[in-house]
Write a protein that binds this ligand. Structure first.
Ligand code: UDP
Ligand code: MN
Length: 270
């Protein structure tokens, strides 16, 4: 039985993210494959660092969805009907691309996969997740306790299956279906009995300034840069996320890493 970490890349920006992610996964010493699902929108040179890291590049297509579905989930339409109020998405983020994640259910050569967004870093070994059931995900926590009701689709455990993939396609493109947070809303609906992973399996960057009591560098297994990305030249939250952004660049540039225990604590406390 073989397992894989899987991420998705549809443009050069997310290829940068995936490069840092793949380096971070390699540093955990895992024996699992790292699969990069990529669409035709990514030029070859952006993928070569991933190839050099021994990742398996799997070219994939957008899903066969109706024109009406694609229009409802187009960037301007989606941002108009369901505006983001807590943070901002970069210009290189296309909501429709998110649905390509579902293609991982077609990777039936693997027994189990762990999907990780390209804007995340793995800070501790997480191979034990391959023994967790489908569908396991961590809560979408970055503001308050109420967030524990919802899942975040940046990290999840799934079992590839052609049947499941077909069922998903049928459930996804219903007349007038509007998935306001794209794959995340869909997966939460498709797997209403989702299993909860610890919040440390998908620690969202806004916890750093919104819920500092939850922050513990030693416990964080996956750090997820939701909303603004650490490789954006400057972004509205950059001044508040300095140590997290520096850590991302250390992985991206393959520098020596700081001992996580010695990193600053949130709120500037020693
Ligand atoms: N993604 C992509 N291209 C896009 C949008 C998304 O490749 O235009 C992939 C990428 O793996 C990304 C994930 O889908 O990490 C989800 O998007 P993102 O992480 O930007 O959403 P957020 O975590 O901010 O909600
Ligand atoms: Mn993400």
């Amino acid at each position: 039985m073989t397992n894989a970490f899987v991420t998705l890349v549809t443009n050069a920006d997310y290829a940068m993210g995936a490069t840092a992610l793949a380096r971070s996964i390699r540093r955990t010493g895992t024996g699992a494959d790292i699969v990069i699902l990529h669409t035709g929108g990514v030029e070859r040179p952006s993928l070569s660092p991933l190839e050099a890291l021994g990742c398996r590049l799997v070219e994939t297509d957008h899903l066969p969805l109706s024109d009406a579905f694609n229009e409802r989930h187009g960037k301007d339409r989606l941002h108009g009907s369901a505006p983001f109020t807590k943070g901002r998405k970069p210009d290189f983020h296309t909501p429709l691309d998110n649905f390509c994640k579902l293609r991982l259910w077609q990777l039936v050569e693997y027994d189990k996969v762990v999907f990780i967004d390209a804007d995340a870093l793995v800070l501790k070994p997480i191979d034990k997740l391959f023994a967790y059931p489908e569908f396991s995900a961590a809560p979408n926590v970055y503001e308050s306790l109420a967030d524990f009701h919802r899942l975040n689709s940046g990290v999840f455990v799934a079992k590839p299956s052609a049947d499941t993939f077909a069922e998903m396609l049928a459930a996804l493109d219903q007349p007038d279906a509007f998935w306001r947070r794209t794959d995340q809303t869909f997966l939460e609906t498709f797997f209403p009995d989702w299993h909860g992973l610890p919040v440390f399996m998908n620690m969202l960057q806004y916890v750093w300034f919104n819920m500092p009591a939850l922050w513990d560098w030693q416990s964080i297994a996956v750090l997820h840069y939701q909303y603004e990305k650490p490789w954006e030249k400057h972004h509205p939250k950059a001044d508040r996320l300095g140590p997290l952004i520096d850590l991302w660049h250390a992985f991206y540039e393959d520098r020596d890493l700081p001992d996580l225990g010695s990193l600053p604590k949130p709120g500037g406390a020693a």
